[in-house]
Design a protein around this ligand. Sequence first.
Ligand code: HEM
Length: 550
Amino acid sequence: MLVYEAVIVTAVLCMLYFLHRKRCCRHPLFPDYPIIGMLPPVLCNLWRAHDLISDVLKQHGGTGEFTGPWFTIMNCLISSDPINVHHVMSKNFHNYVKGPVFRDIFQAFGDGIFTADSEAWKYNRDLFHSLFKNRSFEFFLEKTIQNKVQNSLLPMLDHMHQQRKVVDLQDVFGRFTFDNICSLVLGYDPNCLSVDIPEVAIEKAFNEAEESIFYRHTVPKCVWKLQKWLQIGQEKKMTEACKTLDQFIHACIASKRVELSNDNEMGEAHHVDLITALMREKQTHDDRFIRDAVFNLFVAGRDTITSALTWFFWLVATNPLVEAKILEEIKEKLETNEKTLGVLSVEKVKKLVYLHGAICETLRLFPPIPFERKLAIKADMLPSGHRVNPRTMILISLYAMGRLEETWGKDCLEFKPERWISEKGGIVYVPSYKFIAFNAGPRTCLGKDLSFIQMKMVAAAILYKYHVQVVEDYVATPSLSIVLLIKDGLKTTNWEPPQPGFIECAKEGQCFDVGVWFCVITMEHSLRHKLFFNLDFKIPKKPSCGDRTI
Ligand code: HEM
């Protein structure tokens, strides 16, 4: 009898809870099922989760609610509406913080800039800002990247080309950016990028820590907490990865302290890596503070650039006319006819406006950080009319924002660097609450300028030397991780130098988009504006403009 009553009471309580959820969730994005909430449609479309969310947000006017399984803290308000984004990120900035749940999930970041709020965040931000803007750091950055491209990246690709090997460009860029960020932050190069493709323990540990952080987003808190306590599964990997990373970073800090104390004065000019600058800035920074700063900078500068470069090369390889235009710009603006370009200086990459537009276009379509997460402190009303209760989690889909017809037009799904080029030939300014790849408001990315420098140096050096092709029947699918990488990497093959005809085609011709790509080539350069031979050709399956089969 008692069991019978207990079942009835439980059923009634469940029904009340279900109704309560329904009443609270006024703008559901998906059907809300008992117990499992809105998970089923997401789980069934996991392989295209970002596109699913973009589509659903579009159907619901840009903002709506997601409720997770019962008694979990997965409920959130998701938005891709620029007015809401401006409100959350800038106008009412102080009401929206990272919060304790974020810090719990991103525990490996310690008290660094990414997880910090209020005064701690402000302190970190001012500190990093002064470090990045330092002239000697800019110079150090330029030399470090030039050296890495010249002495590791290009030789590695040469080797792969000679061996006729399939190259996973994503892996190559992952190694490249890891070496770079280690050099920039610690003044130490672990040489992950070399022809024998070594397995470097610290790089592996970073990957595992990031996978575990993503895992914590996908399961209820009690599950990963229990796993952590029992030291099993992904949580065991997380503990081991953090141990490896901490040992490495602390060893670097200790040796740097010895190195600096051996110097006659702390101000020796040759130390310009960020850890030295941090120690110099304030000698009272303890090891814990420096460890957290180093970890946060590693994450900031590694996967974001890897993601952006990988998607950029995939988009360029599948849009040969864009590739041709980039090469044309390099030849025209830098007045070079040399077969090899070498690695450009900061001053020279700044001249490459079309390349800049192509990178912006990549970041619009594939923002390396696809979601931004905030927690409301007090109740608020979004400009779209959605109510925000205290402790509501807000997710901003950067991915969906890059595909909004209202912002980018009907051709928003096309890769068109031209949309970034103004009539005067400069870069079109788009406010950050619309072009949000680098975040918006007071927490805008501090590494934006140095990211462009790095990406443009790499892109120009590779494209000028090679005509990158992706392997046949390759499909690029976004990975499910905190950074938007390509699932299974970017497999490229048949690395050929760009053939003369390829560049000529761009130089003599004009490329434009009329729904289908046409390439209009003039017979004589001098006749460019008078006589067009309208020779249309389809993009060949394997991009190769050099053979001019029309
Ligand atoms: C393509 C490259 C990059 C992209 C798309 C990018 C994007 C972003 C985004 C979306 C945020 C906000 C993250 C959050 O608050 O959760 C951010 C913050 C930040 N980024 Fe970047 N980032 C890039 C490269 C870099 C690099 C190379 C560095 C420096 C080494 C850097 C340093 C930072 C820092 C310090 C913050 C924290 C700012 C704050 O909270 O005040 N980023 N970045």
